[in-house]
Design a protein. Structure first.
Length: 403
């Protein structure tokens, strides 16, 4: 079994080997390589102590990211590599972080502290794959299984419960039965995990190709207690019908939180310490209801009057997932919005051929009446009763202000 190690990582491993230290690529990069996927980063582990790593590569190339945990980040060819000293972890009294770590000489001991067998493999060109827990076989079978005794591993660090569903969802794997039973049994321990980490995990879970089956009610009850329990089975299908990927996660959040309404959605996301951009994005999607009438062009213009094209695309995707029988209609609505945008069709007051100053010059009084006049003009234009031309608009505005 050969893995092509990325050149930068390979050069760092060579340097460690030449200096006499055992060193391997480890974790996600090995897992992804074995799956035939391109790893997004290459983490290395070594018997060298952090200070030895820093001495070998020079302080200038090194960022002491987590010295007490044994991690040094090394810069090479403009890329960053985490090099972590083989370590074991002491007891976990807070259900999340080890009380102490101890550096050890053997990579196998380091692999034993890792969460799942598919994440607990190391590789070097010289020694090949080091896989003491059957990670390669689990990858081939498509199984996520805890390293060691699942109950103990989730008790040590409850975040692993969410990581379990996240990795299973990402690869479409099944979850080992004993591992899943332990995860459900200890789900209440997720109260040890910070909301920031929970949000991060939920985002990754919701970005998976088809996360529906992995939205486990017995686990979500502890991280999203706001959700009505019987809604999840419905949400699963809707979420799976939505496009996947990190960019699309807003729409999936909206599908998940839909029954909470706009206020409930804002509150739940605020509790999870989401950014204001995310809170606004998701709650907009939750609030806006699908139009009832099929007046395509007008509906598209009304949406573009309120939202950017990107949000309109998210809305039409969400409505298609919610109402699959109207999918064609919403697809057409989206196409229309794209066409109108490409044509720079007038959908907003700011796109009218006249502005407030033009209207005042034509005798409309400043103040709220001016705003109302502009909005009345926009309504005439988007319904097609008036062309978006200065002369016609001014003529209409004169009537408006006289009335
Ligand atoms: P990704 O592609 O999502 O980054 P990854 O496998 O690299 O996947 P990371 O969260 O970056 O995942 O962690 C790197 C490695 O560290 C994991 O593969 C795993 O071996 C180990 N690890 C990370 N978090 C934990 C944890 N909470 N408990 C045990 N081992 C962990
Ligand atoms: Mg990683």
């Amino acid at each position: 079994m050969n893995i092509t190690i990325e050149p930068g990582a390979s050069a760092l491993l060579d340097a460690l080997h030449r200096a006499g230290f055992a060193a391997y690529a480890v974790g996600g990069c090995v897992r992804d390589s074995l799956l035939g996927l391109a790893p997004h980063d290459w983490d290395l582990c070594t018997a060298a102590r952090p200070e030895q790593v820093m001495e070998l590569f020079g302080e200038k190339q090194c960022i002491p990211t987590g010295l007490q945990h044994g991690t040094v980040t090394v810069k090479r060819d403009g890329r960053l590599y985490e090099i972590t000293t083989f370590r074991t972890e002491g007891s976990y009294s807070d259900g999340r972080h080890p009380d102490s770590v101890a550096f050890v000489p053997d990579v196998r001991e380091d692999l034993a502290r890792r969460d799942f067998t598919i994440n607990a493999m190391a590789y070097s060109a010289e020694e090949g794959l080091c896989d003491p827990f059957g990670g390669q076989e689990d990858l081939a079978r498509g199984v996520v299984r805890a390293v060691g005794e699942p109950l103990r591993r989730f008790e040590e660090d409850a975040l692993r419960i969410l990581r379990l569903y996240r990795f299973a969802a990402r690869f479409g794997f099944v979850i080992d039965e004993t591992t899943e039973a332990a995860a459900k049994q200890l789900a209440a321990h997720l109260d040890c995990v910070s909301v920031e980490r929970i949000e991060e995990e939920l985002n990754k879970l919701l970005s998976a190709p088809k996360p529906g089956a992995y939205l486990e009610p017995e686990v979500l009850a502890f991280v999203l207690p706001e959700l009505p329990p019987d809604y999840l089975s419905e949400a699963r299908e809707i979420i799976d019908a939505l496009p996947a990927g990190g960019e699309e996660v807003t729409t999936r959040w909206a599908a998940l939180l839909l029954p909470l309404g706009e206020d409930g959605t804002r509150k739940a996301l605020k509790r999870l310490k989401c950014s204001n951009a995310v809170i606004d994005g998701v709650s907009t999607l939750v609030k806006e209801k699908a139009p009832r009438t099929p007046a395509l062009s007008l509906q598209a213009k009304r949406l573009l009057g309120k939202y950017c094209l990107h949000t309109v695309r998210q809305l039409t995707a969400l409505w298609s997932a919610l109402r699959p029988e109207r999918k064609d209609e919403f697809t057409a609505l989206q196409k229309e919005a794209e066409t109108l945008t490409a044509q720079s069709a007038c959908c907003r007051v700011s796109q009218l051929a006249v502005n407030g100053r033009d209207l005042m010059a034509a005798g409309v009084a400043p103040g709220p009446g001016l705003r109302r006049a502009l909005e009345a003009l926009l309504e005439e234009v988007i319904t097609g009763r008036l062309p978006n031309k200065k002369a016609e608009l001014l003529a209409f505005a004169a009537k408006f202000s006289a009335a």
